[in-house]
Write a protein that binds this ligand. Structure first.
Ligand code: RTP
Ligand code: MG
Length: 139
């Protein structure tokens, strides 16, 4: 099923550095409509579950530590071709490889602390949105 929504998180490093406004501004200016939004703090159990797909990877422990060390901004975004276009807007996982002008190029420090998450499929966008938001919180 193709949808026109994706899910994002502005990760703890982006929030710590005061980049919430600048990143949301860039997202809006790129044609995405915010249909759900909140500041939240993932528990260790939340982060382990959210990133369960990476549980066998060597960076899993570090990733869970990072994602739980402070609040994040969770959001659902709407636009035609949302998943693919948002992945283009954020750039490569490693900011060193990210294209000029992308959010990770502008705001990410390293492959581990890369400022922003974007869903990688329509199916995962729906699962991740439901992980963070109740139906009445999505508009
Ligand atoms: P995301 O899921 O956050 O949008 O990132 P992504 O698809 O570009 O990358 P993915 O392979 O799904 O990895 C998830 C997150 O794990 C951290 N990571 N660290 N130290 C490392 O080698 C490493 N590799 C990945 C990053 O925070 C990455 O976004
Ligand atoms: Mg991913």
């Amino acid at each position: 099923m193709v949808t026109n929504r994706t899910f994002t998180m502005l990760k703890p490093d982006a929030v710590e550095k005061g980049h919430i406004g600048a990143i949301l501004d860039k997202i809006s200016a790129s044609g995405f409509k915010v249909v759900a939004l909140k500041l939240t703090h993932m528990t260790t159990a939340d982060a382990k579950a959210f990133y369960a797909i990476h549980s066998e990877r060597p960076f899993y422990g570090e990733l869970v530590e990072y994602m739980t060390r402070g609040p994040i901004v969770a959001a659902v975004l709407e636009k035609d071709n949302a998943v693919e276009d948002f992945r283009t807007l954020i750039g490569a996982t490693n900011p060193a490889d990210a294209a000029e002008g992308t959010i990770r190029k502008l705001y990410a420090a390293s492959i581990g602390e890369n400022a922003v998450h974007g869903s990688d499929s329509d199916e995962n966008a729906a699962i991740e949105s439901a992980f963070h938001f109740a139906g009445r919180e999505m508009f």
